[in-house]
Every structure is written in C-alpha cells, then in structure tokens.
Design a protein around this ligand. Structure first.
Ligand SMILES: CC(C)(COP(=O)(O)OP(=O)(O)OC[C@H]1O[C@@H](n2cnc3c(N)ncnc32)[C@H](O)[C@@H]1OP(=O)(O)O)[C@@H](O)C(=O)NCCC(=O)NCCS
Ligand SMILES: [Zn+2]
Length: 210
C-alpha cells in the first residue's frame, strides 16, 4: 500500500482499479471538482475567470450537497477524513457555504457560521500552528465579546492558490453577510498557511471563535 503525500489517499499502486481511484481523487484535490454552478445558485461575483456563489442554510438540498462534497475534498488534502459541512448543520450556526468556480471546476470553499467570540488574539512568534491543535500558534490578548461571523473552514485547490481567489471569496462572503472583513472571527485550529492568510484580512490581531 502507498499513501499519497498530496491527497493522503491510501491505495495499491499495483492494482489498476485502485490506482485509477487514486488518480481521480488526486485530480479533484489538486484542481477541484468538475462542476459548474447549479441553476438557481446565487452568484455574488464574477470576474477574472472566477465565479463566487453562496449556499445559504435554506438553499435546496442539491446546493448544500455540493458544499458537503467540496468541503470533503478540501479536508482530504488537509489530512482529515469526513466533511466539515453536513446536510444537517446545527441551525443556530447558520452555516453559509461560499463557493469559488474556475475553469469548469469547483475549486474553493469557505464556510462561515455564527459563533461566540472567545478572544481577540495575536500570533505567537516562533510557534507555527499545525492544523490540529486548537490552541497552537496564537494567544489571547483580551477576552472576546458577543458573537460574530466565523470563518470555520477555508480551502482553495492547490492549482489556484496565491492568485487572490481566497481573498476574493472571503471579501464577497463578508459583503453578503453585511460585515467588514476585519470583524470576521476565525475558528481554530489554524494552519501555517492560515497564519499567513489571516493577517491579510484581519491585521495583526484577530478574533477567535468558539
Ligand atoms: C489559505 C488558503 C485558502 C488561501 O487561499 P489563496 O487563494 O491562496 O489566497 P490568496 O491568493 O487570496 O492570498 C491572499 C494573501 O494571503 C497571503 N498568503 C496566502 N498564502 C500564503 C502562503 N502560502 N505563504 C505566504 N503568504 C500567503 C499572501 O499575503 C497573499 O497575498 P499575495 O499572494 O498577494 O502575497 C489556501 O492556501 C488553502 O486552501 N490552504 C490549505 C487549507 C488551509 O490551510 N486553510 C487555512 C486553515 S486556518
Ligand atoms: Zn494523490
């Protein structure tokens, strides 16, 4: 058995069926799912080959199913099993999926939900978050107040990174939800890349959700 270092799929390279299964998953993890927006999917932004759509909690099941599918692909790359989004999200979270489509692919997903703000935080010098430990890489500067729109999950397919797609999807998400990007909260654990991305939205201090 082999385990791909990119898509984390375990497969038997000598078994043609298994090897084909890996190739298909690997392609989806690196470039996204081959999908175009569904009829009725609400487009928030379109330009430079990117289309951003929103899937609200009350959206049709087929739309929510799509969020579930792409979040599962993103999680696979990050080494998690399962999907960070389900068709039965707790209603109080009001989880919204923001999808990014590029080149015939569904290539990005951001999940935003209503959560209490635990703290206003800063990054800890010399301690990288690892995507697993919820309290690693940051420390509270002061206690948080109230609730906020929290970025629970964010993923752009590797092929489309560092081209402003993540920032665009989140900008449109914040506009749709009626908040300023720096007022968003972030739901731990964080990753090393997240640590580089979050300050471009929030500045040097940021709200942590619980
Ligand atoms: C985090 C993620 C969604 C960012 O998506 P993206 O489309 O690449 O982000 P953008 O191109 O909009 O980046 C905006 C800015 O963030 C910073 N940034 C993003 N990725 C970075 C990296 N790998 N290294 C350093 N800075 C980075 C840069 O300042 C970038 O602007 P620049 O390219 O003009 O320098 C994407 O890297 C990803 O899916 N990573 C894997 C999942 C993950 O780790 N999620 C974070 C969990 S906390
Ligand atoms: Zn692979």
């Amino acid at each position: 058995m082999a385990r791909c270092r990119v898509c984390h799929t375990r497969y038997d390279p000598d078994d043609p069926v298994d090897a084909a299964r890996h190739r298909r998953l690997h392609d989806r993890v690196t470039r996204g799912l081959p999908r175009r927006p569904l009829a009725g999917e609400r487009v928030l932004w379109q330009g430079d080959g990117l289309r951003v759509t929103v899937v609200a909690p009350a959206a049709p099941r087929a739309h929510r199913r799509r969020v579930e599918e792409i979040a599962r692909i993103g999680a696979r790359e990050m080494g998690y099993t399962g999907s960070p989004y389900s068709l039965r999200e707790p209603p109080e979270l009001q989880t919204h999926g923001f999808l990014g489509y590029r080149g015939g692919r569904l290539a990005g997903v951001f999940l935003l939900a209503r959560r209490p703000v635990e703290a206003v935080a800063e990054w800890v010098e010399g301690e990288e978050p690892d995507g697993v430990a919820p309290r690693k890489g940051w420390r509270a500067r002061e206690a948080g107040k109230g609730t906020a729109w929290s970025v629970d999950f964010l993923w752009v397919a590797p092929r489309y990174r560092r081209a402003g797609n993540g920032r665009r999807i989140l900008t449109e998400a914040a506009r749709y939800l009626g908040v300023l990007p720096p007022d968003l909260a972030w739901y731990p654990p964080f990753t090393a890349v997240g640590r580089r991305f979050i300050p471009t939205v929030s500045g040097s201090t940021f709200r942590v959700a619980r």
